[in-house]
Ligand binder design. Structure first.
Ligand SMILES: [Zn+2]
Length: 253
């Protein structure tokens, strides 16, 4: 069922939120566009302008690691200034009300954490770009440290003290999906009574399988997105509109 307008969408959402005990939001790029984070996969997005650097290339060549870090620092103007949007704040409100056992996200921008959801309750399917880790020993590095070393080394990506390569804590093209987040996302989607897909076109597998998972296990499925998605036909409610506008009525302070 597609909501006719924002008012009827809000009424229906309120009913669903009230009767649900375990709401699992699943968020994609669309929730962060009002925060100034570009949708990388959209036409004209960064990944359509630059060839992505595959994980194998990152491992194989210093040049690829240098270029990968050059691109990350060029993106800093977006990531370092971004603040949670209305969608993030509405989810954080439901979370504070004890209705959200966990948030699953395809985003790497750290904005759910910034909105007040505990990091331990956020499942990041594609990792997080606001810090870095060593690929061998998993030691965490802050981006400022990497940036200083990179500049001091004439734009050369620094390595860990253990000799491993340092990479943003994201999942690259060609890198396998992280096991623990995949397992947790699977559990959350199976055990919720309302699955809330927000700002994702739901085409990227395996992530696109979670709404189906939820639905097959008896949850209601709500899809909020500007564009139609592949799962609209099986959703209990589809809201096609601006995510911030749709979710703004659910922000509590
Ligand atoms: Zn290391």
């Amino acid at each position: 069922m597609i909501a006719d307008d924002l008012d009827s969408a809000a009424r229906r959402l309120r009913e669903l939120f009230e009767r649900s005990e375990a709401i699992v939001p699943f968020t994609g790029a669309g929730i962060s566009t009002e925060c100034g984070i570009p949708d990388f996969r959209s036409p004209g997005g960064i990944w359509t302008k630059n060839q992505p650097i595959y994980f194998d290339e990152f491992l194989a060549s210093q040049e690829a690691r240098d270029e990968s870090w050059r691109r990350r620092f060029a993106m800093d103007e977006y990531f370092s200034k971004a603040k949670p949007g209305r969608g993030h704040r509405a989810i954080a409100s439901l979370y504070r009300a004890g209705k959200v056992p966990g948030v699953i996200t395809q985003n790497i921008d750290n904005l759910h954490q910034a909105s007040g959801v505990a990091a331990t309750d956020i499942v990041e399917l594609h990792g997080n770009t606001t810090y870095a880790t060593c690929l061998d020993c998993a030691r965490r590095y802050e981006l400022q440290w990497v940036k200083e070393k990179y500049a001091a080394g004439a734009n050369c990506a620094p390595d860990c003290t253990c000799g491993g390569f340092i990479k943003t804590a994201t999942i690259s093209f060609g890198q396998s999906m992280p096991e623990d987040p995949m397992r947790r996302a699977d559990e959350l989607s199976k055990n919720c009574d309302l699955f809330l897909a927000i700002g994702s076109s739901l085409v990227v597998w395996p992530a696109a399988g979670f709404p189906l998972n939820a639905k097959q296990n008896g949850a209601a499925l709500v899809i909020i997105n500007r564009e139609p998605t592949d799962h609209d036909a099986i959703a209990d409610l589809v809201v096609r509109g601006d995510i911030g506008e749709v979710l703004a009525p659910f922000i509590s302070h």
